[in-house]
Design a protein. Sequence first.
Length: 387
Amino acid sequence: MLKKGISKEEIIDILEKKLSNDFEYDSGSILGSMCTNAFDFGKEIYYKYLNKNLGDPGLFPGTAELEKELVSEIGALFKGKDIIGSFTTGGSESNLIAVRIAKKLRPDIKNPEIVLPITAHISFDKAADLMNIRLRKARLNKNFQLDLEHFESLINKNTCGVIGIAGTTSLGLVDPIEAIGDLIKDKNIFFHVDAAFGGFVLPFLDDLGYSYPKWDFSVNEVDSITADPHKMGMGIIPSGGIFIRNEKILHRTGFEIPYLAGGNFKHLHIVGTRTGGTVIAFWAILKNLGRNGFIKIVKTCMENTQYLVDKIDEIEGIKTVVNPVMNVVGMTPERGYNLCEIDQKLKNLNWMLGKFDDFNLIRAVIMPHVRRPHITKFIEDLKLVLG
Ligand SMILES: Cc1ncc(COP(=O)(O)O)c(C=O)c1O
């Protein structure tokens, strides 16, 4: 640590240099991230309220009330009534909370298990590791859809929870949530849907004429949903959300912190101190954009997604894996071409995509920061790479 502080100007200068090799969303080269530039007005609001601490809501009752209002509004967007929940650091924390609830609700199971698709996010492996839960992973069929029969065969007397995904990390696909619901009907098994990515895409696709499977609280068996403002919600990093159908779950499984200055309260969070600023910012973003604003953002992303798919279809050496449901495009090499080589050569040209070795694919996420000219340039470079 420096004994004597240095000037702000000097510090900014040092930071500019140190951070100069970070990638910028606006360059368009970040094709493999589910995060994007936060909405400008949200940044302003965040800066104004960044000292608010929702870890001690008794001290910030206004912020806590705003969070409740926002949860209820998003719950309604996900076709639920009187939904409870709260905002988290992201999809991983929300999924961790959901897995913990599933375990806590079944103290009668000595060796708890969770059944989930093989495409589920790594956060479930983390949760299982931390909570000593066995994960039973169901395979996919050849169209990259969940093999429901295999999923069903993994459910047994030790199953405390099942997971479905609405917007897989690798391909943005939606699992058959209704069918999973049918499998666990009346079985006292917790059903969590991970819509970390899809949560702020799917509700707006109807208006744009796209079709997709039912995925939200309109499926009676769905108990909770993860949806992240810091992905397609245009929110500030870090902001995730967990939305829960039954408020009794908070009373049955919540933690308490008796010493807080603002008073004791029940909560489900892994963290203690947590940002109120990002929640207030997301409230403001939702109010400012409105439904129409989100529809417009999703429309542009979906049109750009189709543009990329059409262009890939014209190229020899690579093909799209499936028809995208949302703004995620998976590409797989054709015979004679190598995935790692393609990915590395693209990286050398500054294109940052996600690589999924298990499925032999690279994937682009067509976020709001990815624009037509970026895609056109990417296609030119992809042709070069494929020789
Ligand atoms: C489906 C899904 N769930 C959860 C997560 C984890 O989210 P986070 O990185 O915000 O913890 C991701 C991340 O990409 C995801 O795609």
